[in-house]
Design a protein around this ligand. Structure first.
Ligand code: ZN
Length: 59
């Protein structure tokens, strides 16, 4: 079954699902700035993960 990314709303295959590690708290914070309702247990798609990782580099 496909997974729906809570951040971009896209349907993605389970293989592209990213589960955040607690060591990535800085990325989690960045996501929560824009999506306060999101919890790391909700996971996200690889595209969103790369996007927010990139946002951190720009800060
Ligand atoms: Zn996404």
């Amino acid at each position: 079954m496909d997974f729906t990314c809570p951040l971009c709303g896209k349907h993605i295959p389970k293989e592209l699902l990213v589960i955040m590690a607690h060591t990535e708290a800085h990325i989690i914070e960045e996501i929560k700035k824009k999506h306060p309702e999101w919890a790391k247990e909700d996971a996200l798609c690889k595209k969103c993960y790369e996007y927010y990782k990139q946002q951190l580099r720009l800060d």
